[in-house]
Design a protein around this ligand. Sequence first.
Ligand code: NOJ
Length: 506
Amino acid sequence: MMNFIYLHCFILFVLLHGVISDHRNVLDSRVCFDDKFSFGVATASYQIEGAWNVSGKGESIWDRYTHAHPDMVVDRSNADVADGSYYKVKEDVALMVKLGIGFYRFSIAWSRILPIGLSNYVNEDGIRYYKELLAELRRNHITPVATMYHFDLPQNLQELGGWTNPIMADYFVDYARVLLDTFGDEIKIWLTFNEPYTFCEDGYGGIEAPGANSSGFEDYLCGHNVLRAHGMVYRMFDKEYRKKIGGHMGITLDFSWLEPATTSVEDQQAAETARQFYFGWFAHPIFSKYGDYPPVMRSMIDANSKRQGFYHSRLPYFTSKEVEMIRGAYDFLGLNHYTTYLVKHGSRRISLQPSFIDDMNVIKFQRDEWPKTNSSWLKVVPWGFRKALNWVRVNYRNPKTLITENGVAFERGLHDTKRVNYIDSYLRSLHAAIHQDGCYVIGYAYWSLLDNFEWTRGFSERFGLHEVDYQSPNLTRTPRLSAKYFTSVAKTGCLPNSYADYTYDI
Ligand code: NOJ
C-alpha cells in the first residue's frame, strides 16, 4: 500500500514538475526587456493640440502654410482643431495610464509660449497649459520627455528667413532659457530638435512648410544654424542649469536604414555615402569623435559647388570653436526609425542647379515585395532597425539611445493586426540589437498615442494606438487592438507569445 502511495506521489511530482517547467519554458522563450527599459508613446504639438489661435497663441509656419496653401495637403485639411488635445489633458493622460507606459514624449509649441517667437513677451496661458499637462503626468507617475522644437517655428521668425538666418540660433537659445526656467523643475529629459533632416530637407529643400524649395542650398543653411542652435542650447544647459535643476539633454535624429542593393564595391560605398548624407549630416557633428560634417559630405559638396561656379561651398563651414561646441553636445541620442531603403550608386552629371540629391549621387528605392503600409515611404522591414542601431553603435561609440519614435500608418479600423505585427517585429529586432549586439538603448516610444495630423498627408495616414473619430463632436478616442497589445508589452516588459495574451479588455 505504502509503495502504491509513494508511486502515486512520484508520478504526481513528475507530472507537476513537467507542467511547471513547461510553463517556465514558455516564459523563458518569451522576449523580455529588462526592468529598467521603459516604454512610452510620442506626439507633437501641431499634430494633436488644435486651438491654433486660442488664448494668446501666435501663428506658426504650419498654421500659415496650411491656411495659405490648402492644396498642398492631400485632404486639404489643417490642424486648427486636430485632436483637440489642448482641451483634453485629463482624457489623454488617462489613455496613457491605461496603456501602462512609463514616459510620454510630447513637444512644446514655441508660438504658444512666445507668440512672436521672441522672449520679451511670454504667453501665460501657454505656460498654464503645459503645467497642467505636467501636473497630470506627475500625478500618474508618467515621466515627461519634452521636445523643444517639432517643426512649428513662429511665423514671425520665418519672416526673417527662419532657419536660414544665423540669428535664429540666438532666438532659440532665448526660447530654451524660458523653457528651462519655467519647466526645468518638472521636465528632466529634454530634446532640443525633432528630425532636423526632415524639416531642413522637406521644409527648406522641398515643399513642406515653409516650402522654400531650395534643395542643395537653403537646406544646408538650415542644417547649419540648427546644429549651431543645438550646440548653444546644450552648452547653456550644461553650464547654467545642470547643477541647479539636473536633467538630461539630447536631440532626436531620424535614421532609415540604408542597405546596399548589391554586394558590389560601388553600391557598398553608395550606401555608406547615403548614411552620411541622410543621418551623418546631423549625427557626425554631434556624436562622432572628431565632430564637424562627415568628410564625404564636405568633399562632395565642396567639389560640386566649385564645378557650378560658386566661390564658396554651398555647405557652410563651422569655425573651429563651433566644431568644439557642437561635438559631444549630448547626454543621449533620440532616434526615430521607421523603415529601410536599398541603395545603388548613381551616375548623375552635375547641372548648374544645386541639389541635395545630386550632391549625394545615389539611387534609393524599396523592394516591391516588402509589405506596404498606408505611407508611400514606409515599408515594413524590421531587420533594418537592428542594422541602423548597430551602425550607430559602431560609428559613434555606442551612445545612450532612446527610441523617440517608431510606428506605422494603416487604414481606419480597430482590429489593426497589421500594426500589432509591425510593432512586434520591430521590437524583436530592437531586442536583438540590445541583447545580442550590445546596443545601449534605454527605452522605446511608439508613434503615436493617437491618430493625428500627418503634415502634408493630413488625416489620411493614421498612426495611432487609438483611433480618433474626426466626425464626432468630442473627437472620440477608441483603443485599437494595438493599444491592447502595447499595454501588455508596457506592463510586462515582454512580448506576448500569442494573440490570446493581450486580447483582454483595457
Ligand atoms: C516623424 C515625425 O517626427 C512625426 O511628426 C511624423 O508624424 C512621424 N514621423 C510619422 O511620419
